[in-house]
Design a protein around this ligand. Sequence first.
Ligand SMILES: [Zn+2]
Length: 635
Amino acid sequence: MSELQIDKIGLKVGLEIHQQLATDRKLFCSCMPTESEEYPIKFFRKLRVAKSELGEYDPTAVFERSKAKTIIYYSNPASSCLVEQDDEPPHEVNRNAKEIVLLIASSLKSSIFSEIHVMRKLVIDGSNTSGFQRTMLVAQGGYLDVDGKKIGVQSICLEEDAARLLSDTVETREYSLDRLGIPLVEIALEPVSGKPTEIKKIALTLGRLLRATKKVERGLGSIRQDVNISIEGGNIIEVKGVQKLDQLEKVIEYEAKRQHGLMIIADRLKKMEIDRIAKERDVKDVTEIFKNCKSKIIQKALKEGAVVRAIRIKKFSGMFGFEPYEGIGLGKQLAEVVRFFGLGGVFHSDELPNYGIEDVEIQGIKNTLELEQKDGFLLLAGDLQKINVVVESIIKRIEDAKTGVPAETRAATATGETIYLRPRPGASRMYPETDIPPLTVTKEELADIQKMVPKSWVETLSDLQMTYQLNAQLAEQIFDSSYLDLFERICHDKRISPNFVASVLCGTITNLERRGLDSRLLKPVEILNAFQFLAEGKIAKESLEIIFEKMMAGKANSVVESIEKAAINKMDVTELDKMLDDLIAENLKIIQEQGTRSIGPLMGIAMQTMRGKVDGQRINQLLERKIKEKIDSKK
Ligand SMILES: [Zn+2]
């Protein structure tokens, strides 16, 4: 195994950013773009193969159809209507959304079309009830300035967001309709070569340009990136669903390693001069051999009526387990393909005996397949209807390994790796939407938009610094966070220090997140309430963390409930005075021994009972004064 030299493999990355727009209604109806938690309406669809109106079947659609899933949609009338259910044609395009996209296109100096046509883009995963996503090409060209370097813009589209995936199993896939139809801008950048950190910088800069408009949604899930990644001599791999910048960097690193690893494997395969990987006579039914095996996976499959197949791959001994880079090998790629069809997995000869499969079964396979010493084999179990398609698919995948990186669509995982999603879609994916007339963009409209183009994010940052007297780092943190709007709203109340607000929003909440708590449970309105309580003197500064902690842990739904549960109450002055006097009386010995330094231990004792009820600084002041008085009175 060697170290990948990422700058020597011709790495190219094209970013495609999807950003939700901040509008009060969806793109084609008047529904509010809010997240629902309850779904009174539930309905089913079978995935259908949509025949494109241009007359060609989409290969991806046919492929997905072979998985034959039932789709279940959940809907709440507060966030979706008959349009999302595909029981009513789309309404007129949301003008506000159109305006925001024009503004973004102007910010990127992109050429805006005078006529915008609504198109249908075929989707086959069930994420849209209609079977297609509506999209409008708004502008082409332009550039993003990243530290003085111009990164070209390919296209800017206005489109509807897809339904939100709730669960995905072999038989069913569940979606919520609340996200379906939320206006999105899709910005595709020209592919660039560079290191993953440089690509991350591009994504960060584009995100900041969008946020500087103050007309886009913030928070996890509101911005998603699809990334096209290739290396020299390989196909382009589309990776979907990157949500965070750190994840983006890892995904690019992982793909670079995976793709280069596959090229190394291809080189080795070419030298082996295998004409065809496997023919029909290389596939044998070995169900009988496994009747009494100890493998739990195979026994489980057999109980469900599965058959077991073994495939002979000539000269392949050692090839499945060969990993040019750690964790990058053919075995893993094949396992991904098999899992795509809903099968538990595939065993290869380089990893056996293992997993409860013993020498006796392996000998049986060797005899049945008439294996020679250099030959390898694959073993998999599945139901009779599916298994032939799966066998064909993995043979094709090994066949493809000779050319290196097969074109496919992959999904980003939360840990920054990628997994196989489906073959790369064909070209016939777009056709015109007949329900909605084209939109026009007039010269006057464009001139008006030009006047609204926001300041660059650099200027916005210095504005933030000036207005709220923040240091550069805190200003940048609050600008990049999901809380800029909230920050500005909280700071309307002049009783609260902007520095304190920023440090709570960017520091306290992030720290709680690092401890594994969920910031999504902390609703903006409740954060606002908490600061309101603080401004009115109902709680102490220290209470905020306790209140947020309760909510982020799911133990309370509101500030009021948090306060009750944590028994936080603002102590009145006389009560505090008495408590501190008692404290001093009980700890006279410490004061006698340590003098003014006794403030340390006494403060510790005081905070045990008063944390969150009284401002720590205030306790400190009072306590210091009282200790001094005590010492002076003894003199
Ligand atoms: Zn609706």
